[in-house]
Ligand binder design. Structure first.
Ligand code: SAM
Length: 471
């Protein structure tokens, strides 16, 4: 018996498939879920993070930048989280991008990317080189994705809000790597999510499989010849896993499964659970993470490669509308007053009042709904330019002209993160010197940018966006 209530039909299915392993599988539901964090290697090396971290961390064998978080630490409420030094992610989910294996300089597409667990992982692996396009169909979720990518400090990312077929119609077989982290019945998250348990039914599993069967061929259209396609779910249901892959490969002989070298031994695929074991010559290249076999939650990952073919489209660089020279110089002066980062003025673009830096790898999106075309730097107001949170969070502490650096355990940090005005009296004699500076000032935690403030009459007005505050 497990202490959380699981759908009886789900249990029946799993018992039928797992046989003698079923009691071990069931026992997992009596244990608390494990938390994980993944270090943002664009901002800090793993070794430096371990020196700085106050948390009880244990390495995750299938992700070199991932750690289990133990004890009663609350890493989501720590200033280092607000500074984007790590992302909180379910540990099994960290295997997906490790198997996608994006390389710096590549063009990578994450088709169902919100809220950004895998997209932030991809951005860190690209390390600022190449392009990540992160897409999600649902508008509100796509904006949550933008928020998480901003905190992450990624400059070479575009965010779109489209159904995948529209991206395929626009760009064709353009990407080196495509990830479809598909919407699924979520059985692998039952231990964490009451909602997933309440929503589950065999009909949901069937409906998800149909939807996934429609999405995967669209994802495949976007993969260049020789490129990699990774399909993942967080469910055990074979209809949504082996079933979707089997049907796809039968209809798409231009793709093959790739048996990649993995850091740990994952569970093999189970096509026999739905009687399709003879449909493919080989079922290697499919990986299951099972909770009773040393992985926290359930996941399924398929690694595929396009052997040949692909629809070619002409994909042009993003058409930057150049800013008139006089205004551009003004913006350059403004940028230089805030930081020493090397920002090519010819890649600056205004979209209405919003100022962006467009990565050299950014591409033309035609009529697609692009909600983030690049690095958002700030907003032009009537009499000034207001720097954005995304601008600051993508800078290194040493690139910032004026800053107040406070340690993580300084009481002023939590006040700042709660949205309060920083009063002179909270600062030491030394720290108070920054109040002589008028204007924008970056608040940093142990050297890492956290958010903007503005010095006004011996106090620092809080410019941390509401969405990033601790409530
Ligand atoms: N990859 C995300 C991460 O690691 O944080 C989690 C993705 S979640 C499993 C699936 C996502 O698919 C949801 O954000 C949902 O909004 C999105 N979605 C649902 N239907 C979609 C569709 N037809 N096209 C693209 N995204 C879709």
């Amino acid at each position: 018996m497990s202490t959380i209530e699981l759908p009886s039909l789900f249990l029946e299915r799993m018992q039928g498939w797992l046989g003698s392993e079923f009691p071990d599988f069931l026992a997992v539901f009596n244990q608390p879920p494990q938390s994980g964090l993944r270090v943002n290697t664009m901002k800090i090396s793993v070794a430096d993070f371990l020196r700085l971290s106050p948390f009880d961390l244990r390495p995750i064998a299938w992700c070199p930048e991932g750690f289990f978080v133990g004890g009663d630490s609350r890493p989501g409420k720590h200033p280092y989280h607000a500074a984007g030094l790590y992302y909180l992610q379910e540990p099994s989910a960290m295997a997906v991008v490790d198997l996608l294996d994006p390389q710096p300089g590549e063009r990578v597409l994450d088709l169902a990317a919100a809220p950004g667990g895998k997209a932030t992982h991809i951005a860190a692996r690209l390390n600022g080189q190449g392009l990540l396009i992160a897409n999600d169909l649902h508008s509100q979720r796509a904006w949550d994705l933008v928020k998480n990518l901003e905190r992450w400090g990624a400059r070479n990312v575009m965010v779109t809000n489209e159904p995948p077929y529209r991206l395929a119609d626009q760009w064709g077989a353009f990407f080196d790597r495509v990830l479809l982290d598909a919407p699924c019945s979520g059985e692998g998250m039952f231990r964490r999510s009451l909602e997933a348990r309440l929503d589950w039914s065999p009909e949901i599993v069937r409906a998800c499989a149909v939807r996934q069967g429609g999405l995967l061929p669209q994802a495949a259209r976007l993969v260049r010849p020789g490129g990699r396609l990774v399909y993942s779910t967080c469910t055990f249901a074979p209809e949504e896993n082996e079933g979707v892959i089997g049907a796809f490969l039968k209809a798409h002989p231009e793709f093959e499964l790739v048996d990649v070298k993995t850091r740990v031994a994952f569970e093999r695929a189970h096509p026999e659970w739905i009687g399709i074991e003879t449909e493919l010559p080989s079922w290697s290249g499919l990986y299951r993470l099972m909770p009773h076999k040393g992985f926290p939650e359930g996941h399924f990952i398929a690694v595929l490669r396009r052997r040949s073919g692909g629809e070619w489209r002409e994909v042009r660089p993003f058409p930057i509308r150049l800013i008139p020279p006089a205004q551009r110089r003004e913006i350059q002066n403004w940028l230089a007053s805030l930081c020493t980062a090397d920002i090519d003025p010819l890649r600056l673009m205004l979209n209405g009042h919003r100022l962006y830096f467009l990565s050299p790898a950014a591409i033309d999106a035609g009529h697609l709904r692009v909600i983030l075309p690049g690095w958002f730097l700030g907003e032009i107001k009537k009499d000034r330019i207001e720097p954005s949170h995304a601008f600051l969070l993508a800078l290194q502490g040493e690139q910032i002209a004026f800053k107040l650096n406070i340690s993580a355990d300084h009481p002023a940090i939590l006040k700042y993160l709660s949205g309060e005005v920083l009063q002179e009296g909270w600062l030491s004699e030394n720290e108070r010197q920054v109040l002589a500076h008028k204007g924008w000032l970056a608040i940093c935690v142990d050297g890492y940018p956290l958010g903007w403030g503005r010095v006004v009459e011996k106090a620092i007005k809080n410019h941390l966006p509401k969405a990033h505050r601790f409530l």
